[in-house]
Design a protein around this ligand. Sequence first.
Ligand code: ATP
Ligand code: MG
Length: 716
Amino acid sequence: SVATPQPYLSGLNPEQRRAVEATDGPVLVLAGAGTGKTRVLTTRIAHLIASGLAYPSQILAVTFTNKAAREMKERIGHLLGGVAEGMPWLGTFHAIGTKILRRHAELVGLRSDFTILDTDDQLRLMRQVIQAEGIDEKRWPARALAAFIDGWKNRGLTPDKVPSGEAAAFAAGRGAKLYAFYQARLKQLNAADFGDLLLENLRLFREHPDVLMGYQERFRYILVDEYQDTNVAQYLWLRLLAQGRRNVACVGDDDQSIYGWRGAEVDNILRFEHDFPGATVVRLEQNYRSTGHILASASHLIAHNTDRLGKTLHTEDEEGEKVTLTGAWDSEEEARLIGEEIEALQAKGHSLADIAVLVRISAQMREIEDRFLTLGLPYRVIGGPRFYERLEIRDALAYLRCVANPADDLAFERILNTPKRGLGDATLEVLHRFARAKSIPLMQAARLLVETDELKPKPRGALRDLSTSFARWAAQVDAMKHNELAEMVLEESGYTEMWQKERTAESAGRLENLKELVRSMEEFPDLAGFLEHVSLVMEMIDDDATERVSIMTLHGAKGLEFDTVFLPGWEEGLFPNQRALDESGKAGLEEERRLAYVGITRARRRAKIMFASNRRIHGMWQSTIPSRFVDELPESHVEVTEAPASFGGYGGSRFDRMTPFGSSYNTPGWQRAQERTRQGGGSGGSGGGFGERDAGSYRPPGRKSGPMLLEGELVA
Ligand code: ATP
Ligand code: MG
């Protein structure tokens, strides 16, 4: 064959190359993990620029995270050897939406310097709207309204388009009206919330076709990564922009659709072929990331889903190490095992930067982080603050610091009006003045201040309540168990209730973290000991080592890869997560399984699945059974490893000493796993082929056909 004049094409296989070189018309790449979808997009951009089909500024590329955008920019620069001038429009939906909105802000009633509200501001504003309408905030909390409004925005629904049935679900049918008021308030404040960034783009395009046409002209080529996780608003936005030149290339994997709970719709993949007929559809089947055992395990697991398009994957890589499956006695031991294995890898010369721990929920991180801190293993938490830096943890710690030390002014200030109790900035100012004048701590000042008439009756009453509470809690420090005291403080202060009222996935996560905090206190002799530990932890967090282990949620790991991936917490209830099962049934289970697939396929060389037989749930030890996903792994590709007994030693679980090792593995799933290895797995059975069940087939899922009109559809 002819030598390629374009060196950047030489690193591609023929199918990948086809996806890169199909520059005329729509392209859809639908392929499994690690098949080079992202690489195809990056190379395609380089190709478009190098072959003169487009200037960088005429290319729009959408990534799922800012991190992915940065990496893509680097790789393009690298592929082009720095010859290109300028860069494509490259970023997340939100980043690009913001850029467009700033240019035309006045057309949608904003100024170009509009502010983007964070969640706290957003809630404050919603609360105001609810109050202004005379609605009982206790029954209809702002956080619930926020969840509704976000959901509508994700579906591209402006207030006038909200289906009446849904509007009725909030505040006796006033949901849509509140949404409209909220939007009006945003405009008055020259502000947009996160959901507006795209929604206002949609409105802009709809109301100003000339503006839309400008962008349709401009963007000769549009590219989208992680397409399976776009929501309706994003899809509508894309379709509007792409309908001009129709040069849109989307890459995705239905098996990695994991944001259904946030409004993402896998159906967008099917809509694509409908809205862009004649698309070049490319399937990539060679996985370049993972070894044979890892890929076989992931393929076998995901084959248990019925609602999938189905695809074949193979690798030319060696079989490599089997996926390991390790049962620990409890979650503490699980964390200790991870630490030990990482130290062993490190000793063999592996870089910490090539190692990741992927958890299902962020509350799992605390024990692992604590273990790493004990070992002095540098780590970073990706996609979120580290455990002790989380908002709810800092709030809770502030309460406890006030109990332990009434002179801790910083802590007192932090919680004075959290939850809201009518002690706003005005009260704080009076309090500060009073404390300064008398040279006493704020809390002491509060006690004296409520005996004067410097405050209006309402804040005075609230402040009196608060200082009485603190006096009562402080009196219990020696009388009560410190973790029980902590729980009581969080309850009685209304802090727990504040998050309970919210009833969103996010608030549920925060409540889990709070429980995790309370339960972690048991490991310390008393409140002071615990707080000292925390302050040490906080200090260590700020060191500046460069190579670190990554800890993140499975959701945050999408698109990334590491040599070694630890997957702890594969237990029923935790993973698959009970909430997903309760709320979404079979669909929820399948989304959880896709998450497991995403997890395993992040690994290049080593995937290490773990479960614990005991985990403290809501502060109580509960015995757990291994995840059904464990049973769905192909026996011939998995090695069941014994947890090395580490008696004594620092951090040894109390159970090591109480229970002889080995007898602890008494759960059915675990026994099955052990029996399988004893039988020398791999002898026939349904054991792992490379997706042999689906070989060659492209089974359409049982979805309705016909025109696929969307809510918020922009047709006249
Ligand atoms: P995911 O679904 O997880 O996002 P992906 O399909 O986007 O995966 P990439 O991240 O693009 O896959 O590629 C996976 C790995 O395989 C990367 O390290 C990439 O550099 C490598 N790779 C992709 N294509 C090739 C190829 N033709 N030759 C060698 N390596 C390749
Ligand atoms: Mg990718």
